[in-house]
Design a protein around this ligand. Structure first.
Ligand SMILES: Nc1ncnc2c1ncn2[C@@H]1O[C@H](COP(=O)(O)OP(=O)(O)OP(=O)(O)O)[C@@H](O)[C@H]1O
Ligand SMILES: [Mg+2]
Length: 234
């Protein structure tokens, strides 16, 4: 597998590409066609919003982009890697190297401190304790939370919890962040803070793909993709 930090293979070409991707879920005897033949390309450094009505396939598409949901048909290429041709273990390594995930419901571990939550995705034992502490601090500085490293998640506001989740997504320095309704549980002022943070990360070169219902968020994206019934509309 290539290492994006040393070598991005095709900077000028698409960084992430879905080719004719479909997902049919089987729920009992029912088949749900959640994503229906999507082809799209994302360049490095883009900030893309994904919108569409409830049930249109946004989260399904995002989970496919994240290497978390094997499509029924089609291909995902990231930095030239055919993601669903990788073994399960290789795909886990791929995710750690390339992707940071941010969800609506922060998904922090309630009995771990802020710093411990942030360090959770670190590859096992490759860093000494003091290195880890430094890494957590420097990432938490980025999201403005160095003064809360020893707090537990439920001692923080919603916006602070989401910033911890963003710090956790950044710990392995991934080139891509995938966010699913990242401000769905936040008030509008706090949402704007989170969007400004995403904007800053994007201006450092991180490719952002964000599912959102919120028109205030969409204006931070430089390209908007809309889904309806699992298909791209524009
Ligand atoms: N694990 C699953 N098993 C069966 N059907 C599923 C599963 N996950 C999603 N679906 C169905 O697939 C379709 C697309 O769902 P998805 O969650 O991708 O939509 P969405 O656009 O993210 O919606 P929302 O805006 O409500 O989050 C829906 O009809 C949903 O019921
Ligand atoms: Mg969804």
């Amino acid at each position: 597998m290539s290492n994006h930090q040393n070598e991005i293979k095709n900077t000028a070409m698409s960084f992430l590409e879905v080719q004719n991707v479909s997902k049919i879920y089987q729920a009992g005897r029912e088949h749900v066609s959640a994503v229906n033949g999507i082809t799209s390309q994302v360049m490095q450094g883009e900030f893309i919003s994904v919108t569409g009505p409830s049930g249109s396939g946004k989260s399904t598409l995002l989970s496919i982009l994240g290497g978390l949901n094997h499509p029924t048909e089609g291909k995902l290429l990231v930095d030239g890697i055919d993601v669903y041709e990788l073994s399960v273990e290789q795909r886990a390594d791929f995710r750690r190297e390339y992707l940071g995930f941010v969800f609506q419901s922060f998904q922090l571990i309630p009995y771990l401190t802020v710093a411990e939550n942030v360090l959770l995705p670190l590859t096992v034992s490759s860093h000494s304790n003091s290195e880890q502490k430094e890494m957590a601090l420097s990432i938490l500085e980025k999201v403005g939370l160095t003064h809360k490293t020893r707090r537990l998640p439920d001692e923080l506001s919603g916006g602070e919890q989401q910033r911890v989740a963003i710090a956790r997504a950044l710990i392995n320095q991934p080139p891509i962040i995938l966010a699913d309704e990242p401000t769905g549980n936040l008030d509008s002022a706090t949402s704007e803070e989170i969007m400004k943070l995403f904007q800053a990360l994007n201006s450092e070169g991180i490719t952002m793909i964000m599912v959102t219902h919120n028109p205030d968020n969409i204006r931070y994206a430089r390209r908007c993709i809309s889904l309806r019934d699992g298909k791209l509309v524009n």
